[in-house]
Structure formats: structure tokens, C-alpha cells
Write a protein that binds this ligand. Structure first.
Ligand code: 6CS
Length: 256
């Protein structure tokens, strides 16, 4: 039988989705419409569950989980990586979107930088990272001091900081970095994958008391993964639909 949470969403007719504007994971267009791989996939899942509409609730990455827990959203679908620490706070779906981490630099600048440890070791390098995101944690863990680790609210800000020399490196997922490099093609930027970090996989996140809703979501997600819908949506946004199939929530949460 269906969860009371799902019944309530059906009655209301829409699900409030916590989002951070980071193409191609999440794309807010000029008319304010919500798209991108995460929201498009989540919309398809909820439509099959009988919830027709999606209402975006925007914030930085670091504010997504607090917003969900404070009931400003019903779920998060914005490429929120499934990480052990986050699994303590929210109930993730099975993985949906996966990507590698990248470093974006001005072409020719710091050609030997490959890892967050390299950044930590070079006192002349300041690194920009999505505010409250995984890159911030990883860079911190690798020993990058706070005065050289700058939270960036969104992609355009990061590119302006990079161009102005406020930061020398901007770290974010490879698909996001590629999107920005393409947008700013007039200026030359180069992109390297971060060495020593695993493939990161995201999931849709629910409040910890909403596991029945999460389980219903997972059942539909599995159907979309087998009927071609999932592959079509991921490919439309440049994601590899094969990557998430090699991973599970259990493994990404560090439970095995
Ligand atoms: O989940 C995260 O922490 C990261 N996810 C994406 C899609 N971009 C940056 C953010 O740090």
C-alpha cells in the first residue's frame, strides 16, 4: 500500500524539490522553468507515482539538506552525492547520476596540479568550490587551509573569480566544469580530472522519516531504468546511464 507521505503529495498535486542551479545537473531557464538531468528524472518518477507537478526550491549545495529537514522542500534532486556523512542525515534513493570531479584552470596555468593535495602543497593557489559541497570537504580533508579555500555560490561567479585571479583553480564535477568551459569558450580554460577521487554518484534525498516514500520512489526508478526512460533522460543531458548501474546506495553510504 502507498505511504501517507505519497498520498499527501498526490492530494496537493506537486512535489517541492530542493535544487542548486548547476547545469547540466539542474538547469533553471530564462522563463524560470526547472529542468536538467536531476529534476527531469525526478519529475518522470513522480509523474508515474501520480504527482503531476514539480516546484523548485533553490539554494546552495550546503543549504539543501537543512532546507529538506526544515520542511522547505519534500525531496532534493540536484546531483546531491551519496556520501556516508549525508546518509546519516537523509534517506537517499538508489544512485541516479554519476560523474568524476574536475579542476578548471586558465589554460597553461599550474599545469602540474592534479589533486587537492597538490593544491594544499602550493601556497600560491587558491581554490574555489561549490558552497557546502563535496569538493569543499575533500579539499579541506586534503589539507587546503581555509584562507585558500573559497566557497562559490554558482558557476558564473566561479568563472569570474577564476578570470580575475581571485582563485587559480575551480573544482566541481566534470560535467559542470565542461558546461562552464563551453559557455566561456572565448577565454581559454582547461579541465583536468581530480586524481585519487572515486566516481561520485548522486541520489534523490528524502527526510529520514520518509523511507516509505523513498522506497516507492526506488521502485519506480528501477522501472524507468529498465524501460529506457532513464537512459533517454540522462543522454539528453550528456550523462552516461551506465555509470550508476555499477553502484548501490549501500555501498556509497559506506555500509559494505
Ligand atoms: O553533492 C555535491 O556535494 C556536489 N554535487 C554536484 C552536482 N555539484 C557540486 C556539489 O558539491
Amino acid at each position: 500500500s502507498d505511504s501517507p507521505q505519497l498520498e499527501a503529495l498526490r492530494k496537493r498535486g506537486y512535489v517541492r524539490l530542493g535544487l542548486s542551479n548547476e547545469p547540466p545537473w539542474t538547469v533553471i531557464d530564462a522563463e524560470g522553468r526547472t529542468g536538467g538531468a536531476g529534476p527531469d528524472l525526478t519529475r518522470a518518477v513522480f509523474q508515474r507515482m501520480g504527482v503531476r507537478e514539480l516546484a523548485g526550491v533553490l539554494s546552495t549545495f550546503g543549504a539543501l539538506i537543512p532546507g529538506l529537514l526544515a520542511r522547505r522542500s519534500d525531496a532534493i534532486s540536484s546531483g546531491l552525492f551519496i556520501r556516508p556523512g549525508r546518509c546519516q542525515a537523509v534517506a537517499f534513493s538508489e544512485p541516479d547520476l554519476c560523474d568524476r570531479e574536475a579542476l578548471l584552470m586558465k589554460m597553461g596555468d599550474h599545469p602540474t596540479l592534479r589533486t587537492y593535495r597538490d593544491v594544499a602543497a602550493d601556497a600560491s593557489v587558491r581554490i574555489g568550490v561549490p558552497a557546502g559541497g563535496t569538493e569543499q570537504r575533500e579539499a579541506q580533508a586534503a589539507g587546503v587551509p581555509a584562507d585558500r579555500l573559497l566557497p562559490v555560490p554558482d558557476g558564473p561567479s566561479g568563472m569570474i573569480m577564476l578570470r580575475a585571479g581571485r582563485i587559480q583553480v575551480y573544482s566541481l564535477p566534470a560535467s559542470s566544469a565542461q558546461h562552464l568551459a563551453d559557455l566561456w569558450q572565448g577565454q581559454k580554460f582547461s579541465l583536468v580530472l581530480v586524481g585519487g577521487t572515486p566516481v561520485m554518484c548522486a541520489g534523490t534525498a528524502f527526510r529520514p522519516d520518509a523511507t516509505a516514500l523513498r522506497n516507492a520512489y526506488d521502485r519506480v526508478l528501477a522501472t524507468l531504468k529498465s524501460d529506457g526512460t532513464y537512459d533517454r533522460i540522462l543522454r539528453a543531458h550528456g550523462f552516461d546511464p551506465g555509470l550508476a548501474r555499477g553502484h548501490t546506495r549501500r555501498e556509497l553510504c559506506g555500509e559494505e
